[in-house]
Design a protein around this ligand. Sequence first.
Ligand SMILES: CNc1ncnc2c1ncn2[C@@H]1O[C@H](COP(=O)(O)OP(=O)(O)OP(=O)(O)O)[C@@H](O)[C@H]1O
Length: 224
Amino acid sequence: MASDSDIPPGLGDVKAQVYAQGGNEHEWRPFKHTRLYTNAFIIEGNKLLLGFKKRGFGAGLYNGFGGKVEPGETPAQAARRELQEEAGIDAPLEYAGRLFFVVTGVESVFDIRIYVAREYVGVPTESDEMRPRWFALSEDSLYARRLAQSDPQADPPIPGQVAPPVPSVDGDLPDIPYDQMWADDIYWLPHLVRGGCFVGRADFDEGNVMRRYWFGSVPHCKGD
Ligand SMILES: CNc1ncnc2c1ncn2[C@@H]1O[C@H](COP(=O)(O)OP(=O)(O)OP(=O)(O)O)[C@@H](O)[C@H]1O
């Protein structure tokens, strides 16, 4: 377990095992206001559903479906509402982790609850905000960019992987488009796909550049 003092500020009182950390900034940035968000991912067999964000924050990137938690909502309720609004589907979402992002130029800090479901109801449908698209879930696809990195030792394998490796997919779905996703995603998406729970923080500059990051696995998924 990481000692409490290793857990980045913002993640609350959590016990976690660090599995990736780095960046060229050595202090965590101070922050004032946090804002709650959700982000939800649908896995169906060997496929992962992502949405291409058409407008607003993160436009031009693929991501899960999500947004701000509105007053009076729990994060779990907000996650289901956003999935319905942005992708036209409903799903039994389960909590998978918490991510905290400080981004240059954005006044409030992102405190994001991540959810996953392995079944859903409805037909993924394009909305004003998101264009849903399926991607292949295979070992190669999950780790594609990490394997290509010049320093593979920088990010050791994620510990505690209990689920069997993800089998390869037949067919011609595209690989997970990490080069069109937030830079943090590759650090926790493989963990989510394997059913693990995680916490993490990254401090970003504009232009999707991570300056400092820390990701840890947690033994039990606790969240709302
Ligand atoms: C910095 N690194 C990051 N990595 C991965 N995901 C990130 C992220 N930073 C923000 N996100 C997600 O981006 C969406 C923004 O939500 P956003 O569209 O602004 O909210 P909402 O739909 O309420 O907006 P409207 O005000 O209705 O336009 C939301 O899913 C949030 O979890």
